[in-house]
Design a protein around this ligand. Structure first.
Ligand SMILES: [Zn+2]
Length: 213
């Protein structure tokens, strides 16, 4: 589900939760809490943004490391060549050092690429930010401080909303690699579905205002 849908649907559903389940009297506070909830409902997808950035960096690093590796081989080859001439033997060491510097830089980049790959794995989309584990953690926090409740509710809505999409959610991540979904809608490509959610959200907001008035 796209961020806009996450925000509006979670916001409009939250109105009912705060007013009728939690019994928040002031409509002003109901709105404030619901806006916060909507905001936190699109936050779990931050993983996809970070992962995309890291993936880009990783791709770049892979190309750079191949290029640097070729350069280092070239320097080492020049060193071997120059080494055979006694009068410029000392000069040849310069190329040995350059070759080694580049080579170690390549090793460093390969290490970096491995680390970046690890970050992608940990933060993979619909991983920990879409898990019951995270939800329980937020639930415990909001038990001690109500300010965490909008985060908890936002993430809860987000996970449920994502379960209507084709990819499903690995709710039991990292313990179980199985995706769960309620429906299989290709939400990111389905404009009709996105508008349907917009209209539904708007309807929920209008109905809410109608019954509290
Ligand atoms: Zn998501």
């Amino acid at each position: 589900m796209i961020s806009r849908n996450h925000f509006f649907l979670s916001f409009s559903l939250s109105l009912y939760v705060y007013r009728f389940i939690l019994g928040v009297e002031s409509i002003f506070y109901v709105f404030i809490y619901s806006i916060l909830t909507g905001f936190f409902a699109f936050l779990p997808d931050i993983d996809i943004r970070i992962t995309n950035k890291v993936r880009e960096k990783k791709k770049k690093a892979s190309w750079v490391s191949i290029f640097l590796f070729i350069v280092s081989l070239m320097f080492l080859r020049i060193y071997v060549y120059l080494y055979n001439f006694p009068d410029i033997k000392n000069f040849s060491y310069l190329f040995l050092i350059l070759g080694l510097i580049f080579f170690f830089f390549v090793l460093f980049l390969i290490f970096d690429i491995k680390v970046l790959g690890l970050i992608i794995k940990i933060l993979k989309h619909r991983g920990v930010t879409h898990s019951l584990l995270f939800l329980v953690f937020l639930g415990v926090l909001s038990h001690y401080n109500f300010l965490f409740f909008p985060i908890f509710l936002g993430v809860l809505f987000h996970i449920i909303e994502d379960m209507f999409s084709y990819r499903g959610v690995e709710v039991f991540y990292p313990f179980l690699d199985k995706r769960f979904n309620i429906l299989k809608i290709k939400a990111t490509k389905n404009l009709f579905f996105q508008w349907f959610i917009d209209v539904l959200s708007l309807g929920l907001i209008f109905y809410f205002l109608h019954i509290v008035n």
